[in-house]
Design a protein around this ligand. Sequence first.
Ligand SMILES: *Cc1c(COP(=O)(O)O)cnc(C)c1O
Length: 259
Amino acid sequence: MTTHAATTLSPDDIARFGADPAGTFAANLQTVQARIAAACRRCGRDPASVRLLPVTKTVPAHILRLAFSAGIADFGENKLQEARDKQAALADLPIRWNIIGHLQTNKVKYLVRLASAFHALDSLRLAEELNRRLEAQGRDLDVFVQVNTSGEDSKYGLHPEALLPFVERLPDYPRLKPRGLMTLAIFSADVERVRECFRLLRALRDRAARVHPGLTGLSMGMSGDYEIAIEEGASVVRVGQAIFGARPTSDAFYWPGLA
Ligand SMILES: *Cc1c(COP(=O)(O)O)cnc(C)c1O
């Protein structure tokens, strides 16, 4: 791979990612994988049943080129515009783009052009528009249904009580391939409150999977709580900062209303 040598790092890049971003990311990835494996052992799960989805938001495209050379090919992006810009800059690489943030209906056409999976399906209107655009493109899309398990206004997602009626409607949108449920736990230092969110999602999944057999997955857990999520059954953990370092932007940018 020559991509590695071709990237010139600015002083800002070095301040944020160090002099050897690819080496740092590879080492961080190993650490996270080892912790995933350890969490699986603690609760008797097969580590192969947990997929790590690296979250690349705010990491610039030229740095992501280095991440790709370090073996990362699945990228999770919260904002569609950012994903589009990066996809254009990295179109020569076989990257799988996963959109993990809330989507406005008027952006659906861009999503269906680039995304391998969408983790934040939260309305029938969106399902309908996605299905329509996918049909026009002649393709399917893996989706996770987002549920608000913390009750916080700052979080997107369906109310837990709205989930089953929503799931019953999914067969109306045959281009959507439902893979499971997704949530963001409450941001709290109280581990039990975080765990409650993951437990609730798992209980909802057990019920939803009886209505729609494709809904087996659980996309839950981030840098601060992925080990708890694995103990509660996560099949996909979405991890950014533990791999790419702290983000310069505040989380309020992604979750409006957050203090
Ligand atoms: C940013 C983000 C993550 C990852 O958060 P980290 O703290 O960087 O691990 C996970 N899920 C969603 C929806 C995100 O926007």
